[in-house]
Design a protein around this ligand. Structure first.
Ligand code: FES
Ligand SMILES: [Fe+2]
Length: 349
């Protein structure tokens, strides 16, 4: 393997999305005991459901008989039955029964990959193993999501027809707020010129506008762990948004395939007691629509960018966060590809 081939593999891995990560794939309420839920993750079709005990299960969305999507099937006693010819598979990807053929040799065979799956704060997370990290590490969540006493929030998700890297780049770019979102309720304030500063933090980095803090969408912080990565930013709320502290947005970005991304945003506010209920009400009644509108502006912009835009782009000082993110992704992809090549070498010996 030449250095050029290896570089291409690393670039491909970055573009498809890292393995060795927990990714949120859907809302908790979407995964039921009554019917399977199919989606895509890193280009692979997966199916999720809850078994008889309510436990989350996730396997490839591919019937071992002839490849029909299992997500079109039905759930029976905690297992999934293919709609095409009735083959039943369990949550470990083992064929339980082949009803059309007595004593079929397929029964008892582990035929499909299964994935570790868990849920946190209204979302279901799936772990995609990598050669260098086959076992799922702990899923690290933002501190405010664990602090149920002081913070309240809502999860919103959306599917964007764009590579996940553009969604991440967008989050690492606080300068777009006062342009792209200039018309919106909370983001219209603040200067339109600035310099960016990048600082290392304990678990990642913070990208910040130098000249303004507390005015607008001024900074984003990324936290990067062995098994997941997320970011957060804050938007100061005007008094009309009711009682409580700042509004924090937590973002996770999931590559469904190279051209499709599912974004997960938790909209959190530091608010307790009675104020909490009134904020929840106000949010639903008034703020939610505004925030969807802002998110739509991001979606439309990113979907309008060609998929290979980065091959022609001309970055400038404001793109420090974007550059840093790409280094992080490339470094992780390199470790994964090297581990895979090493494994292949061992297998070939
Ligand atoms: S394809 Fe699923 S049972 Fe035949
Ligand atoms: Fe935005």
């Amino acid at each position: 393997m030449t250095a050029i081939d290896k570089k291409a593999l690393i670039e491909k891995r970055v573009n498809e999305g890292l393995r060795g990560q927990w990714y949120p794939v859907c809302k908790s309420v979407e995964v039921k005991t009554s019917k399977p839920y199919g989606t895509k993750l890193l280009g692979e079709k997966i199916v999720l459901w809850r078994d008889g005990a309510g436990k989350l299960r996730c396997i490839e969305d591919f019937c071992p008989h002839r490849g029909a999507p299992l997500s079109y099937g039905e759930l029976h006693e905690g297992n999934i039955a293919c709609r095409y010819h009735g083959v039943v598979v369990d949550g470990d990807g083992v064929v339980v029964s082949v009803p059309a053929m007595p004593e079929c040799a397929l029964e008892g065979r582990k035929a499909l990959k299964s994935y570790p799956v868990t849920e946190a704060y209204d979302a279901v997370f799936v772990y995609v193993p990598s050669v260098d990290q086959p076992e799922a590490p702990e899923l690290k969540l933002p501190a405010v999501m664990m602090d149920h006493e002081n913070w309240a929030g809502f999860l919103c998700t959306s599917v964007w027809e764009s590579n996940y890297r553009y969604a991440l780049d967008n989050l690492a770019d606080p300068m777009h707020g006062c342009y792209l979102h200039a018309e919106s309720f909370t983001l219209a304030y603040g200067s339109k010129q600035d310099l960016m500063q990048l600082d290392k933090t304990d678990n990642g980095f913070r990208i910040e506008r130098v000249g303004q803090t507390g005015e607008n969408f001024d900074w984003t912080e990324f936290e990067v762990y062995p098994g997941d990565m997320f970011c957060f930013l804050e938007i100061p709320y005007p008094p009309a948004a009711g009682p409580g502290g700042v509004f924090r947005i937590i973002g996770f970005v999931t590559p469904m395939d190279e051209l499709t991304t599912k974004v997960f945003f938790w909209r959190m506010r530091e608010v307790k007691g009675l104020a909490r209920d009134s904020w929840r009400f106000l949010y639903r009644a008034k703020m939610e629509k505004t925030h969807w509108d802002v998110l739509e502006q991001d979606r439309v912009m990113l979907e309008g960018m060609p998929d290979d835009a980065r091959k022609r782009e001309m970055l400038y000082q404001h793109d420090l966060g974007v550059t840093r993110l790409r280094q992080i992704l490339t470094r992780a992809a390199k470790a994964q590809i090297e581990a895979e090549l090493k494994q292949q070498d061992v297998a070939a010996e």
